[in-house]
Design a protein around this ligand. Structure first.
Ligand code: NAP
Ligand code: MG
Length: 401
């Protein structure tokens, strides 16, 4: 059998711990036998980030800007314990944070739906994708504890020295205060990423904030989305047969629960953080959640939503068998290969990505799965496989398709 050719390389970002082991299994069993795989390889494993003073992370993001599509393995974000464990020169920053800052993107997360792993919400028939704004608000806030009676004001000083101020509160007792911000260019990028992704995936887009209460802050989000939609996207949405609609966040939550799924839900930073955990657990498992960073310029970086599965890795190192779920990492690869195929007009590559996803789902639906899924499935006759044997079972399904 001849292998599928590729014209442009994918940017490949390798990672850490259990997901690094899975990464190699996936390449060896599910990709290299079928594709003449072209990648530009960046080792984002913590030892190599440390050796290169984290330069490799920056280089991988620049390569993503150059080629347009990347696939990333989960990576360790160092904390004090990791600095000691890996004898690091510095507590390097989160690679995802670095890459996100360079690509200026929005993160889209969607569950992978499988028969036998049913969502807790019975009427959800199709995945709900969360689009989370990844800049500002409470994540970049300044806070203060107010010790006792006194006045708090917000003061803006323009470059020419003129000022504008607004009273926050006349405190009569001790209390707390918080000042947060966002930037119009970042909200504009967020809006464009959401509209482009909706068109790309042919799904309607919902956006919700609390603009009735937050008449300037949240209202600005609402206005920017509407202005960009009317000026640049309305006709394209009509042509694609999808819609954009804005509603209040509490109304959105109620509608999401009653919906059938199959749409994108754009959320401000905090709402997106909270709601994506709610959705992933209600749909089944974090190990069945895909994640893609989309930049407003149309650059894509695919990854799994989970981390490096450290606990399983230590067991693996101790020679114990592990049953870590590779599905989200497989789907990171298929997402990237499909997008690469789309950009290069490589139909074979796109079809292979579809086929590998189908083979993965069919393998689980036939009762062969990793331990995390076996614990929650409603299927009878389940065979729990270790990671390597599960990947081999997918290969068997794939070759028989
Ligand atoms: P994690 O790797 O997501 O794992 C947390 C727990 O979730 C695991 O111990 C496991 O539960 C379960 N789990 C997650 N993925 C699974 C999978 N594929 N198959 C089966 N079970 C799975 O989060 P963490 O342990 O908090 O973080 C470990 C490292 O990952 C940290 O250093 C963190 O910085 C990094 N991280 C990276 C990313 C990223 O690169 N995108 C994201 C998050 C975290 P059981 O142990 O109960 O089986
Ligand atoms: Mg969270």
């Amino acid at each position: 059998m001849s292998k599928i050719a590729m014209t442009t390389p994918l940017v490949e970002m390798d990672g850490d711990e259990m997901t690094r082991i899975i990464w190699k299994y996936i390449k060896d069993e599910l990709l290299i036998p079928f594709i003449d795989l072209k990648t530009e390889y960046y080792d984002l494993g913590l030892p190599h980030r440390n050796e290169t003073d984290d330069k490799v992370t920056f280089d991988s993001a620049y390569a993503t800007q150059k080629y347009g599509v990347a696939v990333k393995c989960a990576t360790i974000t160092p904390n004090a314990a990791r600095v000691e464990e890996y004898n690091l020169k510095e507590m390097w920053k989160s690679p995802n944070g670095t890459i996100r800052a360079i690509l200026d993107g929005t993160v889209f997360r969607a569950p992978i739906i499988v028969k036998g792993i049913e969502p807790c919400v019975k009427n959800w028939k199709a995945p709900i994708t969360i689009a989370r704004h990844a800049y500002g608000d409470v994540y970049k806030a300044s806070e203060m504890k107010i010790p006792g009676a006194g006045k708090v004001e917000l003061v803006y000083t323009a470059e020419d020295g003129t000022t504008e101020s607004v009273l926050v509160h006349e405190f009569k007792s001790a209390g707390i205060v918080q000042g947060m911000h966002n930037l119009n260019p970042s909200i504009e990028s967020f809006a464009r990423s959401c509209f482009n992704y909706a068109l790309d995936t042919k799904q309607s887009l919902w956006f919700a904030t609390k603009d009735t209460i937050s008449k300037k802050y949240d209202h600005t989000f609402k206005d920017i989305f509407q202005e960009i939609f009317d000026a640049e996207y309305k006709e394209k949405f009509d042509a694609a047969g999808i819609e954009y609609f804005y509603t209040l966040i509490d109304d959105a939550v109620a509608r999401v629960m009653k919906s059938k799924g199959g749409f994108i839900w754009a959320c401000k930073n905090y709402d997106g953080d909270v709601m994506s955990d709610m959705l992933s657990s209600a749909f089944g498992s974090l190990a069945m959640m895909t994640s893609v960073l989309v930049s407003p310029s149309g650059v894509y970086e695919y990854e799994a939503a989970h981390g490096t599965v450290q606990r399983h890795y230590y067991k693996h190192l101790a020679g114990e068998e592990t049953s870590t779920n590779p599905v989200a990492t497989i789907f990171a690869w298929t997402g990237a290969l499909r997008k690469r195929g789309e950009l290069d007009g490589n139909k074979e590559l796109m079809e292979f990505a579809d086929k590998l996803e189908k083979a993965t789902i069919a393998t689980i639906e036939s009762g062969k799965m990793t331990k995390d899924l076996a614990l929650i499935t409603e299927l009878p006759d389940v065979t729990v496989l270790n990671t390597e044997n599960f990947i081999k079972a997918i290969r068997t399904t794939l070759t028989e398709m």
